[in-house]
Design a protein around this ligand. Structure first.
Ligand code: PEP
Ligand code: MN
Length: 347
C-alpha cells in the first residue's frame, strides 16, 4: 500500500505513520517527493490495515500498489531517481558514460584506458577484477590486485570505479574499492548477493539476466531497494533469442518501457548487447535516442590482444568518435552526456 500524506504533513505525522505501519508488522519506506511525501507500506495485504491507516493524522489517502515490485515502482515515486557516485551522475537528463576494459589486465592498460576515456568525456571507469567466465579455463580476472589497480586509476584521473562483485563473500572487499557495484547478468537472480549489496549502501548497477523478463529485473532491483539501498541503476545488456548475427539481441524498447514502470535510471550496454565492435557506436547513439540515462561500454587500448571481450571493445579513436556522435544525439534531446565537468573531449 502507499500512504499518501497531505501536502505540508509534518515530520511528526510522518514518523507517527511509520511507527503505525511498523507496528502492523509491515515495512515502511518513506519517499520524500517535491510535491508530497508518500510512505510505502510493504508486506502482506490486509484491508483492515488500509482502513486503519487511512484515519491517521496528515494522511490524504491509502492506495494499493498494483505492480508486483513496490519500492521500484513509479506508483510509489513518480519523479525519476538520479544516482550519483563521485564523478558519475545518471538520470533525469544526465546521461552517464561508464567506459573501460572488460577486464583489468595490468597497470599500464588500466591507466591508459582511464586517461583516454576521461579525455573523451566519460564520467566513470569500468573494469572487471572478478570475472564471470563461461569457461573455467578462461582468464578469471586479477581479483584483489585488479581492485588495487582500479583505485590507482581513480587516483590518477578522478573517475569513479564501476566493477563487478561476483559473490556474497566478496561484497565487503569490493565495496572498499568500488564507487558502483556491478551485478552481472549471470547473478541477477542471486538473491543473497542482492541482499548483501542492498545492505552495503554502495550504488548498484544491476544487469538484466539474458533470459529475465522485465518484471524479474524489477523484482531483483526490489531486493536491493528493500535492503535499504535506494541507488540502483538498471542495465539492459541484451537477451538470448534465436538470432545469431549478434552475441545477444539488444532490445531498446526496454528503455521507454522501464521509464513508464519505474523511477530508477536505465543504462544500456551496447558492447555485450551486440558483441561486435562495429555495431557498438550506432547502438550507443540509438540508446540515447531511446531515452537511456547511461551507457556502459568496453574500451581497450589494443582490442586485438585483450584478455576478454576484445571483439566487442572499442579502441581509443573509436570511443572518441562514438562520444562525438552520441553527444550530437544528446544535445538534440537537451540531455547532458558524460562528464559534468567542462567537456574535455574532441568537440
Ligand atoms: C561485463 O560487463 O564484462 C559482463 C560480464 O557483463 P554481463 O554480466 O552483462 O555479461
Ligand atoms: Mn565483458
Amino acid at each position: 500500500m502507499i500512504v499518501v500524506m497531505k501536502k505540508g504533513a509534518s515530520e511528526e505525522q510522518i514518523e507517527h505513520m511509520v511507527d503505525r505501519i511498523e507496528g502492523m508488522g509491515l515495512k515502511a519506506h518513506v519517499l520524500y517527493g517535491t510535491e508530497r511525501t508518500v510512505i510505502a507500506a510493504i508486506g502482506e495485504k490486509r484491508e483492515a490495515h488500509r482502513l486503519s491507516l487511512e484515519s491517521g493524522a496528515g494522511v490524504a489517502e491509502v492506495v494499493p500498489i498494483l505492480a508486483p515490485y513496490k519500492v521500484a515502482s513509479r506508483e510509489v515515486k513518480p519523479e525519476p531517481t538520479v544516482v550519483r557516485a563521485g564523478s558519475l551522475t545518471v538520470g533525469n537528463g544526465h546521461v552517464g558514460v561508464i567506459a573501460g576494459p572488460c577486464s583489468v589486465e595490468n597497470e599500464q592498460q588500466i591507466l591508459a584506458c582511464a586517461e583516454a576515456v576521461k579525455q573523451a568525456g566519460a564520467s566513470a571507469l569500468r573494469g572487471g577484477a572478478f570475472k564471470p567466465r563461461t569457461s573455467p579455463y578462461s582468464f578469471q580476472g586479477l581479483k584483489h590486485e585488479g581492485l588495487e589497480l582500479l583505485a590507482t586509476a581513480r587516483d590518477a584521473t578522478g573517475l569513479s570505479i564501476v566493477t563487478e562483485v561476483l559473490a556474497t563473500d566478496d561484497v565487503e572487499l569490493v565495496a572498499r574499492y568500488a564507487d558502483v557495484l556491478q551485478i552481472g547478468a549471470r547473478n541477477m537472480q542471486n538473491y543473497r548477493l542482492l541482499e548483501a549489496v542492498g545492505k552495503s549502501g554502495v550504488p548498484v548497477l544491476l544487469k538484466r539476466g539474458p533470459c529475465a523478463t522485465m518484471d524479474e529485473l524489477l523484482l531483483a532491483a526490489e531486493y536491493v531497494l528493500d535492503g535499504g539501498n535506494p541507488n540502483v541503476m538498471l542495465c539492459e545488456r541484451g537477451i538470448r533469442t534465436f538470432e545469431s548475427h549478434t552475441r545477444f539481441t539488444l532490445p531498446l524498447a526496454t528503455v521507454p518501457y522501464l521509464h513508464s514502470k519505474t523511477h530508477l535510471p536505465v543504462v544500456v550496454d551496447p558492447s555485450h548487447g551486440t558483441g561486435h565492435t562495429y555495431l557498438v557506436p550506432d547502438m550507443a547513439a540509438a540508446s540515447i535516442a531511446a531515452g537511456a540515462d547511461g551507457l556502459i561500454l568496453e574500451v581497450h587500448p589494443e582490442p586485438e590482444s585483450a584478455l576478454s571481450d576484445g571483439y566487442q571493445s572499442l579502441d581509443f579513436p573509436q570511443f572518441d568518435e562514438m562520444m562525438t556522435k552520441c553527444r550530437r544525439v544528446a544535445d538534440a534531446l537537451d540531455r547532458q552526456l558524460g562528464s559534468l565537468e567542462q567537456v574535455v573531449g574532441s568537440r
